[in-house]
Design a protein around this ligand. Structure first.
Ligand code: ZN
Length: 445
């Protein structure tokens, strides 16, 4: 199935990976000062993190659009970074718009926290605890070489397969899986020792930056309580950062040894946190409706779902993601014109959001506005390259426009990524009908 040049590229990448591994053989861990064979070079870490960060952000439903909050979170992160073992890396901290309770770090200091987790916090010390813990994973170089890219490659394939097994070739059914990009974001699974070390480093960094270490204990309580009350929301976080009552007990036991001057309500920094997150908390009820609506959409309760998704956009009309899921609900309900207008709203509010462009592209396709559909899907493909569902609808658009060669190129992209299911079958049948591919020798099915 795979073409020759691809295989050569893969081989070359293999050679480079081995070379990088050899170069990294004598790298010294900045935290432990021991030589470690598995470390990638700092340049490699930075490159990998920078490559993956925009994609991981898209997969986490884009950034939460509040520039003042982003600046605030970056500034809290920078205080921790300056107090860390690797103060010279170019750290980036952002708030992604996923409703899940999660935080993650990419190599080289690219760190994200979700809207869902921030909405459950009460003060800056809790935020500093989470960012400090993630910063600890970066400074202690817990991410193995090549892992981020592996996850991305695996993820893109998994997404395609998931789409195939569950979705029909109709746009409505593909869109109903609106969370496709976000659903399978599983990151490094850290060992218990790495978690212990990240906790220790996190507490060190936050206290050096002047925060009350109780923030660490409070954050762990929030996470453990969430696991009881809403286990699915914390699933991804607990997969990568196994949390136990033992970690909570360890953090509690460390408190008395910390600087007493920090054990004050002032050092929790409640007021600046409350001010910075005011907008995020104000739109939380709208996102709660969106989450409920998405769940109902998945359960095929379209009418109820659409009611909630509409209500969400009424509560917070400035939030692009709410319009994305409203549009998905409208496509599903056959309200094509309404879907187009909602998707347009999403694109206007957040032109660089993959989900907005993809939804707009599918809605336009359903409305038979093929040129517009191709435009939107091409924009989506630039934001997250190589998604088979994007290629599929691009193919359909080009096919409807009579541009057979362009359509064939897209269908070839689909069958390279996914090998079974309606999307692959349709794409393959077109390629065969147009003479780009030979029909299978043994007629299975
Ligand atoms: Zn962790």
């Amino acid at each position: 199935m795979r073409s020759g040049p691809k295989a050569i590229q893969r081989g070359r990448r293999g050679v480079l990976a081995v070379a990088a591994l050899l170069l990294a053989a004598c790298a010294v861990n900045p935290v432990t000062h021991r030589s470690e064979f598995s470390l990638m070079s700092e340049a490699q870490e930075v490159r990998e993190g920078e490559e993956a960060y925009p994609l991981y952000t898209q997969m986490s439903e884009g950034v939460f659009q509040d520039q003042a909050l982003q600046v605030y979170v970056q500034s809290v992160g920078e205080r921790l970074a300056r107090a860390s073992h690797r103060p010279n890396l170019d750290y980036r901290y952002n708030v992604v718009n996923s409703s899940e309770i999660n935080a993650y770090a990419l190599p080289g200091g690219k760190i994200s926290i979700t809207r869902g987790l921030l909405a459950r916090m009460r003060n800056e010390a809790e935020l500093a605890a989470v960012l400090g813990h993630e910063t600890g994973h970066v400074t202690a170089r817990h991410q193995a070489a090549g892992y981020t890219r592996q996850v991305l490659t695996g993820l893109l394939t998994t997404v395609g397969v998931a789409a195939l097994e569950t979705a029909n070739v109709r746009g409505a059914d593909v869109l109903a899986q609106g969370g496709l990009l976000a659903a399978n974001l599983v990151l490094t699974k850290y060992s218990r020792d790495q978690e212990r070390q990240a906790d220790d480093l996190g507490m060190d960094y936050m206290t050096r930056a002047g925060y009350n270490p109780e923030g660490m204990v409070e954050t762990m309580r929030i996470l453990l309580e969430s696991q009881q009350r809403e286990p699915s929301a914390v699933e991804a976080m607990f997969q990568s950062h196994p949390l136990s009552s033992e970690r909570l007990a360890t953090a509690e036991a460390r408190i008395p040894a910390q600087d007493r001057a920090l054990l004050t309500p002032e050092a929790l920094k409640v007021a600046p946190f409350q001010a910075a997150t005011a907008h995020l908390r104000a739109v939380a009820p709208a996102y709660a409706k969106m989450d409920e609506g998405r769940k109902l959409l998945g359960e095929k309760k379209e009418a109820e779902a659409l009611q909630l998704l509409e209500a969400a956009t009424v509560l917070a009309p400035d939030q692009a993601l709410l319009w994305v899921y409203r549009a998905a609900g409208e496509v599903k309900a056959g309200k094509t014109e309404a879907a187009l207008s909602s998707a347009d709203r999403a694109v206007t509010l957040y032109p660089d959001l993959f989900q907005a462009r993809f939804t707009a592209g599918v809605a336009a396709y359903e409305a038979k506005k093929y040129a517009e559909s191709i435009n939107e899907l091409s924009a989506a493909d630039k934001l997250v390259p190589g998604q088979p569902q994007v290629a599929f609808f691009l193919g359909r658009g080009y096919e409807a426009e009579g541009e057979r060669e362009n359509a064939a190129r897209q269908y070839a992209g689909v069958v390279q990524k996914v090998q079974k299911g309606p999307m692959a079958e349709y794409s393959y049948s077109r390629l065969v009908a147009w003479g780009y591919a030979k029909p299978p020798v043994d007629q299975k099915q």
